[in-house]
Ligand binder design. Structure first.
Ligand SMILES: NC(=O)c1ccc[n+]([C@@H]2O[C@H](COP(=O)([O-])OP(=O)(O)OC[C@H]3O[C@@H](n4cnc5c(N)ncnc54)[C@H](OP(=O)(O)O)[C@@H]3O)[C@@H](O)[C@H]2O)c1
Length: 328
């Protein structure tokens, strides 16, 4: 396993991070703990969770499962969670208001059975709450010792730039990371977010490196999956993933990437994640898995050297997803 500095912080993180989005719905606790064991054995020291995980089930389940595994080894891992998603029926149970975030961090810590997280991330932007209120609430959380660093996820570059400016002006704790969607079928973040991150020393920890599994070539366009990321078992999320990726053009691109993987005699998931890691803006890629065996090919990406000529071929076959004219 290789390690990389987490933005401009003094923290070193493994280049692969284990995501927990399936824990408690697609993946039961015993299998989730086997996945955490396997990732840890491979050198992964970085875990990503969120209060709203797992999608399609009761919120909080993934944090509970992760917390039980971590309880006797908390100090050996960098733990990131996220807040801001809907946690209850009240109007203030969602979003990045001071009221919601101060409640959300306490509830996450209770479920995770810890008194701090290393990284507290805003799961989504919340344009309705003033940036100064968000920045002050997060600064309170860091000063109280409940989080060591703060970051964002799913934020547009201009909003992150604006927030960093306000944090600097108000002398409040600065965001150190961003967690965007990024893969061979979704590259728009290369245009504005990645340059901002590199200029400002912001760590980039992409999720969705396999486009929910499309970049494993396990699907054909005509399939109607009954289980997994593209199925109705995840409620609205299955439909959202269909809308994002289940198109003839994406399947054609996966076919081209698969050809390159075959030429290189490497598994498609390994190659796809190695390509994400090869972008100089990327700090660590977040792996998702619903079964233990998924991790064999994805963890292998940490040790796979992607030659620059092969990277150039992958850049070329996926260039349309960088241009911002992909129409979605
Ligand atoms: N910040 C955010 O908004 C956000 C959003 C989503 C995820 N995340 C985080 O990022 C993590 C990873 O994201 P992701 O789950 O979208 O990543 P992903 O790598 O794009 O998709 C993971 C899914 O791909 C399939 N898969 C994984 N390895 C495979 C293999 N070797 N062979 C065949 N199929 C394989 C599995 O699908 P099936 O489940 O269908 O078996 C797995 O659940 C999540 O766990 C979560 O921690 C963050």
């Amino acid at each position: 396993m290789q390690f990389k500095q987490f933005g401009q912080t003094g923290l070193m993180v493994s280049r692969l991070c284990l995501g927990t989005g399936t824990f408690g719905k697609q993946t039961d606790e015993a299998e989730a703990h086997r996945m955490l064991d396997k990732a840890a054995e491979a050198g992964v020291n970085f875990i990503d969770t969120a209060d709203i995980y797992p999608p399609g089930a009761e919120v909080g389940g993934a944090e509970v499962i992760t917390g039980r595994w971590l309880s006797n080894k908390r100090g050996s891992f960098i733990l990131g969670t996220k807040g801001g998603g809907r946690m209850g029926p009240a109007a203030w149970d969602v979003g990045n208001s001071r009221k919601h975030l101060l409640d959300a961090i306490d509830a996450s810590l209770r479920r995770l059975k810890t008194d701090y997280v290393d990284l507290y991330q805003l799961h989504m932007d919340d344009p309705a709450t003033p940036l100064d209120e968000v920045a002050e609430a997060l600064d309170t959380i860091v000063r109280s010792g409940k989080a060591r660093y703060i970051g964002v996820s799913n934020w547009l570059a201009y909003r992150l730039a604006k927030a960093l400016g306000r944090q600097d002006t108000l002398r409040l704790t600065r965001f150190v990371s961003t967690q965007p969607r990024y893969n061979l079928l979704f590259r728009e973040v290369e245009r504005e977010l990645f340059p901002l991150a590199q200029e400002d020393g912001i760590a980039v920890i992409p999720f969705n490196p396999l486009a929910g599994g499309l970049l494993s070539a396990r699907y054909r366009h005509g399939d109607t999956p009954e289980k997994g990321r593209f199925s109705p078992e995840l409620g609205g999320f299955g439909a959202m993933y269909h809308a994002r990726y289940w198109h003839e053009r994406e399947f054609e691109t996966v076919g081209k990437v698969q050809q390159i993987a075959e030429q290189q005699r490497i598994a498609l998931p390994t190659l796809s994640i190695a390509w994400v890691l090869a972008n100089p803006a990327v700090t660590s890629a977040i792996l998702g898995a619903s079964r233990l065996e998924h991790l064999t090919d994805t963890l292998a990406a940490a040790d796979y050297h992607l030659e620059s000529a092969v990277k150039a071929q992958l850049d070329e076959v996926s260039i349309e997803y960088r241009r911002g004219d992909a129409g979605k």
